[in-house]
Design a protein around this ligand. Structure first.
Ligand code: F6P
Length: 549
């Protein structure tokens, strides 16, 4: 029993039932499941908003799904969901509400945190962002010398970078192509160098994105960016026209030297990795315009409403979360691949890595005791078809079970030429072929029938039975992007709820930050840092020698 009165997850009857069921299904192949149910290809599908979700190629039966839903009921996933939407402080280790859903709530919604409705403030910031974005886009907001802003550089890291950087790529065909929009996150000076080397400071706007405004990488890069600007413009007053801040911390923003009149606010109930639809999305809004940004928020809201109201059997985030639990906890799968068949989704999986792995990479339950079950998977993947010519071999024939999401679109983006649009069917033929091959494989008999010599039959056989979800939409729009992100946000939520972990803190990133601060003087000054282990000491010495210090 947990301190919170819950039975430990792996001791619940629902867990035991799933473990037993897993044994019973051990010899079942997807080929058998499809043979037994000709309607499976249409029956095991759901829709949410513009998304068509096919989960027929999963190693599940109606009974599996029933048992998984029972696990969700036993762990009160919907109870925690409702508490989240109500603004309760479900981030227990930081005593904070978790309200990214309020960022896309309609103007007339009422969501209280500590007795105050947060929705008016959300819309007030959105309105200010819209006004600012319009002024930059129209040329009304100029740089210090009166030149039009042609370049926008977002400086931030983690949730203050990955979201807008990903969404900018995804929605590139909706962006104002006259603007150069870049994202700097790495404290490696090369990042800022490459982002600024061909730009005119007089035409460049820096957006400093940091929830805390204390993140060393971001503050260091922002300081260097200010030097770069002032070296060219030579007047401190220029900062006001070339720097804006996105933060929850007005005090630190002012301390850095940015006028808080040029700050766009968000709140501590927005987690960093859940923040790109807050003020953190300003660079994206400038790129695509306020109307498109709001369409994206509408997309988020479609899935929020679905997650909040759809019954368990039809609830897509619940289903996807439970399928992940099925593989991670009952098939020993260690990782989860996300494979978009869209060039524009090139940064999508990198974004999901933070969303999923920073949320659910935990080994202590909400009651403070170690978990005795697997939690979040390693999330990875790059756009197909490139992956097919790199690592798909391991997914098809390796020894590891890797459940995968395939994301594709019926239409190529409108902007492509007719010749390039004609390539889309080939792209999508690969998309469909891969999940088919993964599910059904190729038997030794089939290989033999092709006249393959005996000694090669085993090598050319595909076992199949590799599970995939297919997510299909007509086209990639701002709304569809919002729908996809909300889908994954809530999937991650479901898993954290079942595992009984706090998906909204990130203590695991703190130690490295502290140690970096401590070790830096050893690198720069050769300082004798107390408590440095023998390996790190030797490495620092080697580094100093290589740098001629
Ligand atoms: O990596 C830890 C983290 O706190 C993330 O959760 C966050 O998104 C990132 O650092 C950036 O933090 P901030 O927005 O406060 O600069």
């Amino acid at each position: 029993m947990n301190a919170d009165g819950r039975t430990r997850l792996n001791q619940t009857p629902e867990w035991t039932a799933l473990a037993k069921h897993r044994e019973e299904l051990a010899d079942t192949h997807l080929r058998d499941l499809f043979a037994a149910d000709p309607a499976r290809g249409t029956g095991y599908t759901l829709r949410v908003g513009d998304l068509y979700i096919d989960y027929s190629k999963h190693l599940v039966t109606d009974e599996t799904l029933r048992l998984l839903r029972e696990l969700a009921a036993a762990t009160d996933v919907f109870g925690l969901r409702d508490a989240m939407f109500r603004g309760e402080k479900i981030n227990v280790t930081e005593n904070r509400a978790v309200l990214h859903t309020a960022l896309r709530a309609p103007r007339d919604a009422v969501i209280d945190v500590d007795g105050e409705n947060v929705v008016p403030a959300v819309h007030a910031v959105l309105d200010r962002m819209s006004d600012f974005a319009d002024r930059v886009r129209s040329g009304e907001w100029t740089g210090h010398t009166g030149k039009r802003i042609k370049n926008v550089i977002n400086i931030g890291i983690g949730g203050s970078d990955l979201g807008p950087a990903m969404a900018y790529e995804v929605l590139r065909s909706f962006t104002d192509r006259a603007l150069t929009v870049r994202f700097v996150s790495n404290v490696d000076g090369a990042d800022l160098h490459e982002a600024t080397r061909d730009l005119d400071p007089a035409e460049t706007l820096f957006i400093i994105a940091s929830k805390t405004f204390t993140t060393i990488e971001t503050i260091t890069n922002a300081t260097s960016a200010r030097q770069w600007l002032l070296a060219a413009l030579g007047d401190e007053a220029a900062v006001a026209k070339h720097f804006v801040a996105l933060s929850t911390n007005a005090e630190k923003v002012a301390e850095f030297g940015i006028d808080t009149a040029n700050m766009f606010e968000f709140w501590d109930w927005v987690g960093g990795r859940y923040s790109y639809d807050s003020a953190i999305g300003l660079s994206l809004m400038i790129a695509i315009g306020p109307d498109r940004f709001r369409e994206m928020l509408d997309g988020f809201r479609i899935v929020d409403d679905h997650f909040r109201t759809a019954p368990a059997e039809a609830n897509v985030p619940l289903l996807l979360g439970l399928l992940g639990i099925w593989y991670g906890n009952f098939h020993d799968a260690q990782s989860h691949a996300v494979l978009p068949y869209s060039h524009y989704l090139s940064k999508f999986t990198a974004y999901l890595q933070q969303l999923d792995m920073e949320s659910n990479g935990k080994s202590v339950a909400r009651d403070g005791r170690p978990v005795e079950w697997q939690t979040g998977p390693v999330v990875w993947g790059t756009p197909g078809t490139n992956g097919q010519h790199a690592y798909y071999q391991l997914i098809h024939q390796g020894t590891k079970l890797i459940p995968a999401d395939f994301i594709g679109f019926a239409e190529p983006v409108a902007e492509l030429s007719e010749e390039l649009k004609a390539q889309h069917d080939l792209l999508m033929a690969n998309f469909f072929a891969q999940t088919q091959a993964l599910a059904f494989g190729k038997t030794a008999e089939e290989v033999r029938a092709e006249g393959v010599p005996d000694e090669l039959v085993a090598h050319k056989t595909f076992q199949g039975n590799r599970p995939t979800t297919t997510i299909l939409a007509r086209e990639l729009t701002p709304s569809v992007l919002g729908q996809l992100i909300a889908l994954y946000e809530h999937k991650v939520f479901v898993q954290g709820a079942v595992w009984n972990i706090d998906s909204f803190d990130q203590w695991g990133v703190e130690l490295g930050k502290v140690l970096a601060k401590r070790v830096e003087p050893a690198l720069t000054e050769g300082a004798d840092v107390p408590g440095l282990d023998a390996s790190t000491k030797a490495l620092v010495a080697a580094y100093r020698e290589l740098r001629g210090r």
